[in-house]
Every structure is written in C-alpha cells, then in structure tokens.
Design a protein around this ligand. Sequence first.
Ligand SMILES: NC(=O)c1ccc[n+]([C@@H]2O[C@H](COP(=O)([O-])OP(=O)(O)OC[C@H]3O[C@@H](n4cnc5c(N)ncnc54)[C@H](OP(=O)(O)O)[C@@H]3O)[C@@H](O)[C@H]2O)c1
Length: 281
Amino acid sequence: MTTFRTSKFPVLIIGGTGKTGRRVAERLTAQGVPVRIGSRNASPAFDWENRETWAPALECVSAAYITYYPDLAAPGAAEAIGDLARLAVTKGVKRLVLLSGRGEPEAQRAEAMLQASGADWTIVRASWFMQNFSESMLLGPILAGEMALPVSTVREPFIHAEDIADIVTAALTDDRHIGQLYEVTGPRALTFAEATAEIAKATGRPINYATISPEEFMQGLEQEQVPADIAALINELFTVVLDGRNEYLTDGVQKALGRAPRDFTAYARDAAATGIWETAK
Ligand SMILES: NC(=O)c1ccc[n+]([C@@H]2O[C@H](COP(=O)([O-])OP(=O)(O)OC[C@H]3O[C@@H](n4cnc5c(N)ncnc54)[C@H](OP(=O)(O)O)[C@@H]3O)[C@@H](O)[C@H]2O)c1
C-alpha cells in the first residue's frame, strides 16, 4: 500500500488557510507529512481566479486537497475543478481529495468532473459546518446577539470541521479511501434557531433569532458591502438549498473513520471556551 507519509514531496492544500484546510495542514504536519499551503498569499501563490498560478502550485506535489472558493455552487466551479484535476493528473499528481457540498447540482457536477479526470479521487460531500458560527459569516451575528436569516423550520445536520479534517487527512494518507464518496453530516439535525440557542446557552448570553425574508436578507448583505455575486450565492444557499432536501443524516463519518461524528453541543461548549464568542464588556 502506498503511503504519502513517507513521500518527500508535499501535499498541496488548496484553501490551506481556510476552515478545513488549516486543520488538515495541522494534522499532516503533526504526522511528519510535508505540506504546501494553497493560498493567494503563499509562495507559490494559488488563485482560483488566475489559472497561471495553478501549474506552479502543483509542481512536485504528491497529492492535493481541493477546496473551491467561494462555493462549488458558484457558476464555473465545476469546470474549474475539472480543469484543475486534469492538469494535476497530467503533472503526475493523481491523488486528489475534493471537499463538496450536499444537495447542490453544481457541486455534484464538480464531483463528476473530478471522477472523470483520471485521478485517484476521494470526495467528502459535507453538510453545513458548525464552524460557520465561529469562524465565518455567522460569527458577526452571534457577537451582535442578533441572528436574522431567511430560514425557519428547516433543519441542517451541521458537521464539525475537525471531523472533515480527520477524514481528509485519512484519505490523503491511506489508499483504502481511493474511489470513495463520503457523504458526511453531524449526528443531529437542528434548525438555525436551535443552533443559535445552543450557542447562547454555551456563552451564557441571550442571542435573538429572527426569520426574515430573502429580500431583507439581501438588503442586510448589501449594507455590509458583501459583493453582489457572493451575496446572491449566500442567498441561494439559504433559500434554495435549505428547502429540506438535506435534512437527513448520513453515516459518512462512521464509514470513513469507524467512529461517530462530533455533536453540536460539544462544539458550542468547546468554541465558547476558546473565547471566540466573547464580546467587549
Ligand atoms: N462552509 C460550509 O458550511 C461548507 C459546507 C459544505 C461544503 N463547503 C465547501 O467548502 C469550500 C470552502 O468553503 P468554506 O466556507 O469552508 O471556506 P474556507 O475554506 O474557510 O475559505 C477560505 C479559504 O479560501 C481561500 N480563498 C479565498 N479566495 C480564494 C481564491 N480566489 N483562490 C484561492 N483560494 C481562495 C482562502 O485563502 P487565502 O485567503 O489565504 O487566499 C482560504 O484558505 C466551498 O467550495 C464550499 O462549497 C462549505
């Protein structure tokens, strides 16, 4: 069995400064596997918007973890994944692991592009990350004590970014994950109001939850000067993808790692303990 643990060539982690990439980099480094961070600020730089950066980033790497930005649901994402995967394979980088999303036709098209590229592929098709509340777009509303989203009763089985990182690290270092598509969720589906309430309990601070219209949501994003294309994408994720299609739980974490996924209550407790949700007194 081939293992990259012994390779002197680094693993390229595209999005290596992001929520899952950073955690994968930490794990591989701890195992003694060299990593190359794929980032617009790295050297060599990697930028999805500048294809000339792709080949230098893929030079002399043993494998790659691919996270697309801003979202695989964005127009052109599937073609970018297909083009990058084929380029990687022609450069001899066959071992590719893709982070994907559930219930998004464009994400599923990107998966098919990877599968058709000739790569030794693994796909991790994930639900919404718990860390969106602590490391991403939902952190601001938590700190402000006011969460207002265009979603009410639909439940999402949020997954812990550490579980994704565990699976991706395993996939990058163990050939038995080649050709596997792991659809992964947390162990419990919560509404966004319930998730917010869990965080309020963990922080000991009241956090109000309000369901607003997609129009009000878009106005808010505009006020925060979120670029129009990103705002439209975020709105689509809330209003189209969060229609109930993803409310079911899956056993992807169990299948990939032989253990249960982490729960939201533990996530909220641990994140609160880091002080990330503390506000200035
Ligand atoms: N968040 C979720 O709940 C979720 C759920 C399922 C699937 N996904 C998928 O996960 C992927 C990543 O989403 P995320 O929310 O987890 O983001 P993230 O990885 O936390 O995003 C930040 C990363 O993207 C990089 N980045 C930003 N613009 C870039 C560009 N033009 N070229 C190259 N890298 C760029 C940043 O690197 P630098 O700033 O250092 O360049 C950083 O490493 C998406 O494809 C999404 O579909 C997300």
